[in-house]
Structures are given as C-alpha cells and as structure tokens.
Write a protein that binds this ligand. Structure first.
Ligand code: GLC
Ligand code: GLC
Length: 807
C-alpha cells in the first residue's frame, strides 16, 4: 500500500494522508540553521548543534507521537482545523504534504477555505520561514481567525528535558510590534536569542503555555483558540511559547498571505542591550533587519528560487536517464539528497536520533563522505582534515568527535580497529574525484595536539601500518572493541545493565576480524596507488605485497569451506562458521572480501555469494547474520542482546547490502547485483509502505530480518551510512562510473533490459555525456575514438566529452 507518490518533475514526494504509518519527515536548512519537519508539521529547529542550540521544544517518544512543531489553527465559525492536520486533528476535505529538496509544502482545505503552507530555511539566513496562504473558495464571506504557536526550548535540549527545578524559573520573553523574542539566559552568559515574527497585523498573542492552553487542555484544543481570544500573556518562567492571532474577513476568492519567521540571532557581546543592561531590553536591530529581508511575498519566492537553484546545482553532477524511472529518481534525486542530509546531520538529529546522543563518528563520517564528495568537494576536504586530526600517532583514532569543538570524545575512546582504514578510503575518494593531490601535503595534527602536525599522507601511512602492527595469531587484524559491526564486541564482556557494550572494560585478547582483513585488502590497494603517485615506488610495492599476503591469509585462515568466517573470538574460536550453533554466517566478510577480490580467481568469491544468497537473503533484503543469536553470549557482546531479527542480530542492516551488490558486480553477476540493490531501494518498495512503514523516499538503517516477527518493517530512517554506500554502489558499480586517480573508469554492470542508458557526469569541471548501448563489439569510444582501457582520462575543466560505452 502507498500513502503518496513521487513527483519527479518537482523532485518531491507527495504524501496524500496525514495517517502515514510513522511520521514521514524532511529536512530544512543547508548551512547552520536547520529544521526537521514531518508530514503533519512536527519537528524542531536548531542552530548548528541539535543539543546545545535547540530553538524549539520537541518531546521524543511522546503520546501521541510527533506532537511538537509548527502549529497553526484556523477558526472558521465554530470549526477549528489545522492545515497540517495536527494539532487540531480535524478531518480535512483535502490534504497533501509535498516534501521537496529543502522545503515542505502543505496544501489542504476544509469547508471552502484553502490553505497552503510553505516551510523552508533560506540559504543565507538563520531562520525558518512559514508562508501561509489562506483563500476563501466558497461563495460566501468568511470571518476567520488564524492562531500560530511554537514552543521554545531553553537552548540545551538535554537540560531542557531534565532540570525542571531550575528551568521553570528562567524563561524570559519580550514582545514588541507583534514579534515575540525568546531571551532565556541572555542576561548572563548567552549572546543569542530567537524570535517568532509575523508580517501582518496581529489581534493578540500569547507567550505563556498555560494561559494559551487553559486547564487540562492540550495542543489539540487550546482554550484561547476555542474562545477566539488570545490571553496576551507574558511568560515568567514555566514554558515560554510564541503564539500570534490574526483575524480576517475574506470575501469569496479573497486571500490572506502571511509570513511567519522563526529566527536565531547572535549579537556581539558589547552590543547585547538596547540601553542599560539593567533594563533588560535586548538589541533587536539584527532581528529587525532579518525580518525586513523577508517581509514581502516577492522576497519569499526569490528565496525559494534560490533554494531550487542550489539543489539543481548540487544534483547536477550525476544525472542518469536509464529508462527505469525508479532507478532514475533514486540516483538523480533522493539518494543524493539523503547523502547531503547525512553530510549536514551526521548521526545527530532525526526522529530516531535525539540530537543529544552521539557526536560525529570517525568511520561514519569517512563513509558518508563517499556519498557527497562529488557534490561538495571543498567541504569534503575540510571534513577529511578534521577527521584526520583526531587520529593518534600510532594510527588508531578517537572513535567519535564533537562537531562544535572538533575534539575526540574521551568517553567513547578508541580501539575500534577498522576506523583508521576508512580514512584511506575517504581520502582516496576525494583525490579520485578532484585530482587535488595537495590535500595529502596538508599539515594535520595528531590527537589535536599543537606541534604534532604531519602531512595528511603520514596519517594515511599510520592508518595502513596500524593494521599491520596489530595482527593476531593467524596474522589477521585484531578487532579491538569492535570493527564496522559496533555490536560484535569480542573483547568487552558486559554484565552490568546500562553500561556501554563497546566501552566497558576491555580485555586484552587476540580476537581477530576477517572483515578488517578484507578492508585492508580493499583500501590497502588504494593506499598503494597513492604511494605510487607520490613517487614512493618501494613503499607502493611493499604495500601491495602486504595486501597480497593478507588476501592469502584470508583464504588460509578466514575461509570456512563455503563462506568467509567473521572472526576469531577471545578464545581463538571461530565466529560465523558452519560449526557454530547460531551466527553461522555473517554478511560483512562476504561483501567486503569479495569487493576486495579475495578468492575471485580461485572460486571462493562466488561460493561465498551463493551462501549469502542461500542463508541471508529473503524477500526484504540480505540479513546481517543467520541464524540470529537466541541467547546472550557474554563473549560476543551487544549483537546477542538484540532479539533475533533486529538491528545487528540479523536484521537487514541496509548499510552492508550494497557491499554484497558490489561484490556481485565484481564476479560479473549483473542480475543478482541489481536485485540486491532493488530489494531495499525505497522507490522500488513504495508499494509496501504499510509493511516497510518508514519514508519511501529515503533509506533506513534496518529492516526487520527473516527471523523477526515484524519482518520487512524498517526503523531509523535518514541518518545512515546506507545513503552513501548505496550511492557508491549504484553510481560506481551498477552504472559503473567510477572516479579513479587518472580519470573516470566506465564499466557498467546492468541487467540485459538496460540497453540504452544516458548519463551526464560532471567530473573535475568537465562534462561527460555518456551513453551505454548493447553491442557485440565492446569498448569505450571517446569523442568517436576507441580507447584501449576502461578509463577515460580526466579532461580539462570546462570541456565537454562524449563517451559511448558499448557493453
Ligand atoms: C551504526 C553505527 C556505525 C556502525 C553500524 C553497525 O550505524 O553508526 O558506525 O558501523 O551501526 O554496527
Ligand atoms: C548501538 C547500535 C549500533 C550503533 C551503536 C552506536 O550499539 O546497535 O547500531 O552503531 O549503538 O554507539
């Protein structure tokens, strides 16, 4: 069952009912000011940091779900309704929610009144704009009132939800010319405030939640809205809100066009006050300037155009016309869009990430980069340098860092032994995309320590050597606290409720990871290429030798007979072997080792993929492990804490499905590769939205697996490395346009039915118009001339190249 449809021309998903299985959300904002917005107007705003600069309050896991956000009430006679359905929850005559790139529009109607609400964050300013257009489509005059409301968060979202003995005393507001200013804590250590403005004459306001709602009322039916009269209340502590009342008398065909602005303002410390500080009147000049920039409909439509241009530009680097509209819409719009959202948000704020949890992950950030480096290479460069600076001199790394401070997070620590290798992966991707070798000469600190700067290339070398310096008894890499699978904790034996499975006391053991071994082969080859380009020929050869040796070791000690083993545990016992009771086969080493071409010539690669299909793949995707663990295994850790079929314990963990799809392209199985891609791809499973439940336009982290009672149900949408890896898979392996150091490698691997595909790829400033046609005579023709390799050499910026790929 579907709850809407894709409008590709507008790059929108149009939701046709407020009753989606879960809130279906979108993101507003591109730089520093952000908003989350659901299909009933829910969500919240923040400036830069979702925990420390939260502007509006949102109660996670509330009843009913998703109850905070942009609230609007239209009162038409005795009827009170909301254009976003929530909060008034009155049945609407019509309803549509259009989630587009960086904006969301609601179109609804009731009893001859039409409402159109457009929500977006302009590119250059720290505010969210809500343009509300109300029109009278009936044939009689209407007297209506409109009430808006938002609830302020007292800045620090964590403290806001816990420290009530203080917080009920500190809320402060000012009201001037219909603008409501939220200035809690401004008198002492803050030099920022927020405001909620409207560009039309108001007939009332409220800033005190209790006055606005009335006794025992909730947002569904505030007493002041029912009474048709605002309380004109001023908040002193408790819960400051901002609400405006506007009244209109609309003749048939007449419209009211209203602009609401929620803004964030920072004022230099010396200019905080308007008059003496003791008067407590804040300096509103910058707020007024911002409000003035957006007080006309023309200004709003210009900003919407600018936003569209911004996304046109970002999405223009890779465009495909394959004849399969679902594939095209994912590649051209939604998958790239999601990659940019993971760039903006990392794992901080979604409907599953509270904005108060993790900072930025070392491995997560490196992998996210693979999906956005072609869109924002300059910002990718900066991110690589930030990440590298939390690396240790021995190549290890802090596992997480805080975006505001860019410092490693000591609570989580280090010792996740896959981390260092991802740094090679993202740097290689950056250099292959841009041809900018200078990044490797860039001085970068180790552990953010002054004076420890070394060229980025030395960091890559440290990463590569870290694996080699940490080998176990089988000469396979030691796993440490965990590798990519955060929940396979072979050295952290947790027996205390509440403690972190990853960071509890770490025993010293020789537990080894075949996954890291596969990664070492995959990224070690990229490292050798970078050495070569720097003229370090001996080093390149030594690296290649080490990689080949690791590949042999995998086949010798990491092969179980029909598939790759997952690990050796702290006792030296096998994990992910046919000899195990549960957890016989894991997806990660099958994907990663075959991606790295281990066992391709000797047959193990194909066998591993056959076993993957047989034991792990079912109708909703390829599961992480089978059989899932049924009881808690102290020596395996968090993985066995999840009920069978969920999360790391045997769900379809979407992030690693593309590895298997890529692996299928490595062995030349185009049909299998595409099938794996298709099975978890949102656009292809839109029809089972009732089972899948999360948004059909973006990937989720997990889909309940074959052993789960709710198989097929997804959770944790939006902020997942799945976005980047599926984009890498579809663009570089299925469509086969892969940036290499010397140019664009073109090697599609697509099912027979794709016989006429056109791709536009902007690469290092040149435009490549690429056509795939089926032919017996295979090869690449560049501007009419046949090439004798798969790599189209990088062309000068500004040039236009036409490539025909006969395949
Ligand atoms: C989560 C983490 C990621 C990890 C994955 C598998 O997505 O953010 O770092 O690799 O889970 O455990
Ligand atoms: C939990 C999750 C895992 C995530 C980790 C991050 O272990 O299951 O997916 O990577 O938390 O700390």
């Amino acid at each position: 069952m579907k709850y809407g449809y894709f409008d590709d021309a507008k790059r929108e998903y149009v939701i046709e009912t407020p009753f989606t299985p879960l809130p279906w959300i979108n993101y507003l904002g591109s730089n520093e000011f952000f908003g989350l917005i659901s299909n009933t107007g829910g969500g919240y705003n923040f400036y830069r940091d979702a925990m420390l600069r939260r502007l509006t309050r949102y109660r996670y896991n509330n009843v009913p779900r998703d109850t905070g956000g942009r609230l609007f009430y239209i009162k038409d006679g005795d009827e009170i309704w909301s254009p976003t359905y929530f909060p008034a929850k009155k049945e609407l005559d019509s309803y549509k929610c259009r989630h587009g790139n960086g904006y969301t529009v609601f179109e609804s109607s009731k009893n001859g009144i039409k409402a159109e609400l457009t929500c977006f964050v302009p590119i250059k300013d720290n505010c969210e704009i809500n343009r509300l257009i109300i029109s009278n489509s009936s044939d009689s005059k209407k007297e209506i009132s409109i009430t808006s409301a938002i609830e302020f968060c007292l800045w620090n979202a964590a403290d806001d939800g816990t420290n009530f003995q203080r917080n009920f005393n500190i809320g402060e507001v000012e009201i001037e010319d219909g603008v409501i200013y939220h200035k809690t804590e401004y008198r002492e250590r803050r030099n920022h405030y927020s405001f909620y403005a409207v560009n039309q004459k108001t007939t009332g306001f409220d800033t005190d939640l209790d006055t606005f709602l009335g006794k025992f009322k909730d947002y569904e039916n505030p007493q002041t809205v029912i009474d048709g009269k605002s309380g004109n209340s001023k908040a002193h502590g408790w819960s400051p809100i901002a609400s405006h009342r506007l009244e209109y008398s609309l003749s048939p065909g007449e419209k009211a066009e209203i602009i609401f602005i929620l803004g964030y303002i920072e004022v230099p410390k010396s200019e905080k006050w308007d008059g003496p500080a003791a008067n407590g009147i804040i300096n509103k000049k910058p707020a007024k300037e911002l409000i003035n920039r957006y007080n006309t409909l023309k200004a709003i439509s210009d900003e919407l155009d600018a936003l569209k241009k911004h996304w046109d530009e970002l999405l223009s680097k890779f465009e495909v016309n394959s004849g399969d509209e679902k594939l095209d819409r994912m590649v051209n719009i939604w998958n790239q869009y999601q990659c940019m959202i993971t760039f903006n948000m990392s794992r901080s704020a979604s409907y599953y990430e509270s904005g108060q949890g993790r900072g930025m992950g070392f491995r997560d950030s490196c992998q996210d980069l693979l999906g956005f480096v072609h869109m924002v290479p300059e910002r990718a460069r900066e991110r690589i340098l930030d990440i590298a600076a939390i690396q240790f001199e021995n190549g290890g790394a802090w596992h997480q860092y805080q975006p505001l401070t860019k410092r490693g997070n000591a609570n989580v620590g280090s010792g996740f032994n896959d981390d260092p290798l991802w740094l090679i992966g993202c740097t290689f991707a950056y250099v292959a995309e841009t041809g900018d070798y200078s990044i490797m000469d860039e001085p970068v600190q180790f552990e953010n320590k002054e004076g420890s700067e070394k060229p980025l290339f030395d960091h890559l070398r440290a990463s590569f050597n870290y694996t080699l310096n940490n080998l176990g008894p089988h000469k396979l890499p030691l796993i440490g606290r965990a590798d990519w699978n955060d929940c396979l904790n072979l050295n952290c034996f947790s027996e205390e409720p509440g403690e972190s499975f990853q960071t509890c006391a770490n025993i010293e053991s020789d537990a080894e990871s075949i996954f890291i071994a596969g990664m070492f082969v995959f990224y070690g080859r990229q490292y050798a290429q970078l050495c070569q380009k720097r003229g370090l020929i001996d080093e390149a050869e030594a690296a290649t030798a080490a990689v080949n040796e690791m590949s042999d070791t995998i086949l010798k000690h990491g092969w179980d007979g029909d598939w790759f083993l997952r690990a050796y545990d702290s006792n030296g016992d096998k994990v992910g072997s046919s000899s195990c009771t549960d957890g016989k086969i894991f997806i990660e080493p099958q994907g990663m080792c075959v991606m790295a071409e281990v066992g391709v010539d000797t047959g193990e690669a194909k066998k591993a993929l056959e076993a993957t299909k047989k034991y792990l793949t079912f109708e909703y995707g390829t599961c992480l492990v089978a059989p899932a663990y049924k009881e808690y295994h102290l020596h395996l850790g968090e993985i066995s804490s999840y009920p069978p079929g969920y999360k790391e314990n045997g769900s379809v963990f979407c992030h690693n499905n593309p590895w298997v799809s890529i692996a299928e392209t490595v062995v030349g199985n185009a049909d299998e590769a595409f099938e794996i891609f298709r099975t978890t791809c949102p656009a292809y499973i839109e029809d089972i939205s009732d089972i899948h439940r999360t948004e059909p336009y973006v990937y989720s982290q997990t889909i309940a697996g074959q052993e789960a009672p709710t198989a097929g149900e997804a959770k944790n949408s939006w902020l997942t490395g799945t976005a980047a890896w599926t984009f890498v898979n579809v663009s570089q392996y299925l469509l086969g346009i892969k940036p290499e150091l010397d140019g664009l490698c073109i090697k599609p691997c697509l099912p027979e039915r794709f016989n006429n595909v056109k791709i536009k790829r902007i690469y290092r400033g040149a435009t490549y118009n690429i056509t795939f046609v089926r032919s017996d005579e295979k090869g690449l023709w560049v501007n009419g001339i046949k090439l004798d390799s798969n790599i189209v050499p990088a062309a000068p910026s500004g040039s236009v190249i036409s490539v025909e790929c006969r395949f």
